[in-house]
Write a protein of this length. Structure first.
Length: 324
């Protein structure tokens, strides 16, 4: 766990050289990758969402493919298709950009639902079925998508089934004055537009780090807390649809990865609280009255964190086994 945490810090330090002032958000994005999940960055344009995805892929040593989503994009533009070869008189499959390590679907809400759904199988099962043939994707494989929440003209909101495939939905927010000044300073200092980061680990190391996260046990009381939080969303009067069991599962998985990045081989209730909003909020469907009242799913999750009783705070492996 110490080695995974050290490598995680090196990765975050390297990404932080080009993406300024959002280390907490980047930590959750890295934790999602180590937990085997996919990441949705939803924020206004110009805050570094694409840069963060590309930098994260580079530091992890993974192959990276970026696809700019547009309304005329077809599913085959993502998955690939068979092309006729006149020389051999046969059809040859040409893989699409999804056959990579990290696939960036940039502005995913600008493409039609039919094309958005082309990612469902790849995100859930790490495989693609084209023309009746199933082809496995490289390992590791992760989708990072960006979405612009402030424009509605020519956009297609992601359906609930698609949103549920993302382990977390994250946002950077506007930087503070000092951070924005630092961004400008670094741009002037490097004398060119494209920022670069160094490779920190190799793909096989990423797989080993993911295996290390999977080796972390989580106490039954903490698991119960994850279940209670997800169940509370299903009982909220402001919600038509609460979080599915996938939500509670992702709470536990991401909490383990956050704990490992902190150098611990045990999970605290505070780890679950830290990841609850990015894991659960995008899985909730508001009632019409709550939507009209401008209620935010994030605020509902925060209120549940205050009302749902959790297990006692623990301070170490021995305490984890003894909490009740």
């Amino acid at each position: 766990m110490t080695e995974i945490a050290a490598r995680g810090r090196r990765i975050l330090d390297e990404v932080a050289t080009v993406v300024v002032g959002v280390r907490g958000t980047l930590t959750l994005a890295l934790a999602a990758v180590l937990a085997g999940g996919h990441v949705l960055f939803e924020d206004v344009p110009g805050l570094g969402k694409t840069l963060a995805a590309r930098s994260l892929a580079r530091t992890l040593g993974l192959e990276f493919a970026r696809l700019q989503c547009t309304p005329d994009l077809l599913p085959s533009d993502i998955t690939g298709s068979s092309v006729f070869d006149p020389a051999t008189r046969t059809f040859e499959f040409r893989p699409g950009p999804v056959f990579t390590g990290i696939f960036l679907a940039d502005e995913i809400n600008r493409t039609a639902p039919k094309t958005q759904s082309a990612l469902l199988e790849s995100m859930a099962e790490r495989q693609v079925t084209v023309e009746g043939t199933t082809r496995p994707l490289p390992r590791p494989f992760h989708v990072i998508a960006t979405s612009n929440p402030v424009e509605y003209e020519g956009t297609y909101p992601l359906p609930e089934a698609q949103l549920d495939r993302f382990m977390v939905r994250l946002a950077f927010g506007y930087p503070g004055r000092d951070d924005e000044r630092e961004v400008l300073h670094r741009r002037v200092a490097r004398r060119h537009d494209e920022p670069t980061v160094a490779r920190v680990v190799e793909p096989r190391t990423v797989l080993a780090m993911q295996a290390g996260v999977e080796a972390v046990d989580i106490d039954g009381d903490v698991l119960g807390y994850c279940v209670d939080l997800a169940a509370a969303t299903r009982e909220s009067s402001a919600l038509e649809v609460g979080a599915s069991p996938r939500g509670s599962q992702n709470l536990a998985l991401l909490a383990r990865a956050v704990a490992v990045l902190e150098g611990r081989d045990y999970v605290l209730p505070e780890d679950v609280k830290r990841v609850a909003v990015p894991v659960l909020a995008h899985r909730l469907t508001l009632t019409p009255s709550a939507w009209a009242g401008e209620t935010r799913p994030e605020s509902i999750v925060r209120s549940l964190l205050e009302s749902v009783a959790g297990p006692a705070t623990v301070g170490g492996p021995a305490a984890v086994g003894g909490q009740g």
